[in-house]
Design a protein around this ligand. Structure first.
Ligand SMILES: Nc1ncnc2c1ncn2[C@@H]1O[C@H](COP(=O)(O)OP(=O)(O)OP(=O)(O)O)[C@@H](O)[C@H]1O
Length: 366
């Protein structure tokens, strides 16, 4: 039987810098052709992990395999990976084509082959007509594409990208997200992409590893990470979330009833194993909550509340209400009907009911 080969495999990898642990016992398997993101707040160890895969740092303990081969202390230039950084690091005195060709000149490849490959790489990033320009004659997005072409021309098995879009403005970043994804799909190269932008990770990735304090908290497809976060940190870091703390009263057919300190009862889906008496938290996303005016709706998870603030943001309206215990609660309503009538929206002081379906809320470890 063949053992499957992973593009990159991390086996209990730890990195310490003078006594402080930057990466803590991480094991991960990244498949060939996968778009895999490392997502987490600043300082959680994403870049350190990427630098160890690239060979710029060695693990303090644990092993890294690339295409099934143990890397040990193999230097960066002997690994079948290339890295694209946030700062494009282009040579300003060279033309775009010379920048892209640079790595091939170092490998003593003949001039005709280099010219062909440079053209292919620039066409791939839609800069075929820009080969003679200097980097400073290009926009930020175009410069980042040159950096990408320069990495892709080496035809690496694995491309490591460290916040490559962070310096671009929002609109350009969104365009580049789609473009990067389509290049990755076309070439079938494994991408390992570092970002602290959760929307970026959700948009582009096949799978995401969410990190905190040097550890991987959860690995999964974007839908799993968003819809079935395993911890409060993951739920909070990915998107917006309302949390209600309480003590477990009952667990029945996967539905968990929590009681808050104020005696209010809420019911959620129990992904996380809990028993009566445990402390836990109910998590519900703002877009999964409904506001009802007038008569009190029937059923579980219904609370009287007062509208505090209303923000119209075009695609939806974001409403903050106060629950009877004084805690704020976020509700997002999609603006599915086109209207200029301000009366369609809530105003501060309106009495409302907040409600959500049990299956749309999760019980998590507190
Ligand atoms: N060369 C180094 N020497 C000492 N400490 C380091 C070194 N490199 C990183 N660290 C520390 O390791 C931890 C993880 O840093 P790392 O750069 O990997 O985080 P990150 O998640 O990539 O953050 P950011 O998003 O801000 O780049 C941080 O506490 C950082 O200060």
């Amino acid at each position: 039987m063949n053992t499957p080969t992973w593009a990159v495999e991390l086996d209990h990898v730890t990195k310490e810098f003078r006594g402080s642990v930057a990466v803590r016992d991480i094991s991960l398997k990244i498949a060939d052709g996968e778009f895999f993101s490392l997502l987490g707040p600043s300082g959680c160890g994403k870049t350190t992990l990427l630098r160890m895969i690239a060979g710029f740092e060695n693990p303090s303990s644990g092993d890294i395999y690339i295409e099934g081969v143990l890397m040990g202390e193999t230097p960066a230039n002997r690994r079948d990976v290339n890295t694209v950084f946030q700062s494009y690091a282009l040579f300003p005195h060279m033309s775009v084509a010379e920048n892209v060709a640079f790595g091939l000149h170092m490998k003593n490849i003949n001039k005709a082959d280099i010219a062909t490959r440079v053209k292919q790489a620039l066409d791939m990033v839609q800069l075929g007509a820009f080969g003679d320009r200097r980097p400073k004659q290009l926009s930020g997005g175009q410069q980042q594409r040159v950096a990408l072409a320069r990495a892709l021309i080496n035809e690496p098995e694995v491309l490591l990208l460290d916040e490559p879009l962070a310096a671009l403005d929002l609109k350009l970043r969104k365009e580049m997200q789609l473009e990067l994804k389509s290049i990755q799909q076309r070439l079938g190269i494994t991408f390992i992409f570092v970002t602290h932008d959760q929307e970026e990770a959700l948009t582009m990735s096949d799978r995401i590893a969410v990190m905190e304090l040097g550890k991987v908290l959860q690995v999964g497809q974007p839908t799993e990470i968003y819809e079935r976060p395993k911890t409060r940190f993951v739920a909070d870091f990915i998107g917006e979330c309302n949390f209600i703390d309480g003590t477990v009263l009952a667990v029945e057919n996967g539905a968990v009833t929590l009681e808050t300190d104020g005696g209010v009862r809420v019911v959620g889906t129990g992904m996380f194993p809990v028993a009566a008496g445990d402390h836990a938290v109910l998590a519900v996303r703002p877009e999964k909550v409904r506001l009802v005016e007038g008569q009190q709706p029937q059923g579980t998870n219904v609370f009287a509340a007062i509208v505090e603030r209303v923000a119209y943001i075009g695609s939806d309206t974001r409403i903050i209400v106060r629950l009877p215990d004084g805690s704020p609660f976020d509700v997002w309503e999609a603006n599915t009907v086109s209207t200029l009538d301000p009366n369609q929206y809530y105003t501060a002081g309106d009495p409302v009911y907040v409600t959500w379906a049990t299956q749309n809320s999760l019980i998590l470890e507190r």
